[in-house]
Write a protein that binds this ligand. Structure first.
Ligand code: PSV
Ligand code: MN
Length: 396
């Protein structure tokens, strides 16, 4: 076991000097839960090619096995998001039992409204009523699956949009979308939520039906309090201030979940925190700040990444570690001093408080938390030494 105790003591006392309640930080870190996506464990590709990986999960059971392994080594990933029909099985009760037997639960159910050839001109907004009905029925089927799996969130993203000016009537598409969503919302079980995900373009290149957080928010407001906005970090135009969107939605009580990933250009689905860790930290800073101010929010933290180059399970563990580290840094922001400097209009010192937390090496604190949780201090290293990957490469 690594000897981190001395550096932990030094870090703890320097944080306490700044008024940070370290045991509260540790408690919060232990309570963090991140959902990993089933589609992150199977073969995927770019729009040019699929690069297969030896041992990649080929069916939902294998995806659950891999997600359970990620949970085993990190201790904070107790659920797996499912995508329908990619993860369809003929016995949902048996799948639920299988999942629980491996120590994880099914999480958000993601309907797929973008792959069927019938959705070429849209799903819930399609000009053809028969196609809209088919799309609505698919989401209703997902609600039934969620019931069977005891999942509470339906996570909805549409590829709906048009490619050319004049292709369709934008206001009519908006009305179709609202009507379709209303029918779906009315069929949710009382304790279920629908998380509405926006994306500014792709696969449509001229207009996209739910292009930004404002449109998603407006739809949610029209639907009711069980409709919440989902922020996928890769779904904004370059330069968008995502942390402000997060702060705004938190304040309005309409932030329901995240799809964590990172991007350089558009929806790149790169490892969370790999390209712009400071932006990611500033997002968590808003989450923690709202929580400290007493804003209650039920936010599903989900990863949405599928990797073609990195080994999939290792990549997922790396992502989880990045999220945990970033959350820890946001938790140690000296908020009292920050408020004071903001009131004093001392911009230099206010910003310094933020960067100081971001630049702190938080590793000893993470080691302490992991040790107390009974998980490896270095999950990635542990996984590499465990032989799991070699085992599934032979078995699968
Ligand atoms: C769309 O780009 C998206 O972010 C949605 O969440 C989909 O469900 C997922 O990616 C599919 O990979
Ligand atoms: Mn997403």
């Amino acid at each position: 076991m690594r000897d981190y105790k001395t550096s932990y003591k030094i870090l703890k006392s320097s944080l306490e000097e700044k008024g940070v309640n370290v045991s509260k930080v540790e408690k919060k870190l232990k309570a963090l839960k991140i959902e990993t996506p089933s589609w992150g464990y199977s073969d995927s590709g770019t729009r040019f090619a699929i690069f297969k990986q030896k041992g990649a999960a080929k069916n939902v059971k294998e995806k659950i096995q891999d997600a359970a392994e990620v949970h085993k080594v990190t201790g904070i990933c107790p659920s797996i998001a499912l995508h329908i029909p990619w993860d369809v099985t003929d016995n949902w009760n048996a799948l639920l039992e299988y999942s629980l037997s491996l120590g994880i639960k099914p999480g958000a159910i993601n309907p797929n409204l973008f792959q069927d050839p019938d959705y070429k001109l849209g799903s819930l907004c399609n000009p053809d009523g028969k196609v809209r009905k088919k799309a609505i029925n698919h989401v209703l089927e997902c609600i039934d699956i969620a019931k069977a799996l005891k999942s509470k969130d339906i996570s909805l993203w549409l590829g709906d949009g048009t490619n050319y000016p004049g292709q369709d009537d934008m206001r009519e598409r908006k009305h179709r979308l609202e009507d379709s969503l209303k029918e779906i919302y009315d069929n949710l079980q009382d304790d279920m939520r629908i998380l509405i995900e926006y994306k500014f373009f792709e696969p449509a290149f001229y207009n996209t039906e739910i292009a930004d957080w404002g449109m998603a928010y407006n739809l949610c407001m029209k639907l009711g309090n069980r409709a919440m906005v989902l922020v996928d970090l890769g779904h904004h135009a370059l330069g968008t201030n995502i942390e402000q969107i997060v702060a705004y939605l938190l304040d309005e009580g309409k932030l329901g979940g995240f799809h964590f990933n990172n991007k350089k250009y558009a929806d790149d689905d790169l490892t969370v925190g790999s390209i712009n860790p400071y932006e990611f930290f500033l997002i968590f800073n808003e989450l923690v700040s709202a929580e400290e101010d007493g804003i209650k929010a039920d936010i599903a933290y989900m990863i949405d990444q599928c990797h073609n180059l990195k080994p999939k399970i290792e990549e997922m563990i790396q992502s989880v570690e990045n999220i945990q580290k970033t959350y820890a840094k946001a938790l140690i922001v000296d908020r009292k001093s920050l408020k004071k400097f903001q009131q004093d209009e001392d911009i230099i010192m206010a910003e310094k408080i933020i960067t100081e937390a971001f630049e702190t090496d938080i590793t000893p604190l993470l080691f302490k938390v992991r040790e107390e949780m009974g998980v490896p201090l270095d999950p990635l290293e542990f996984f590499r030494d465990s032989g799991y990957l070699e085992k599934i490469q032979i078995q699968r």
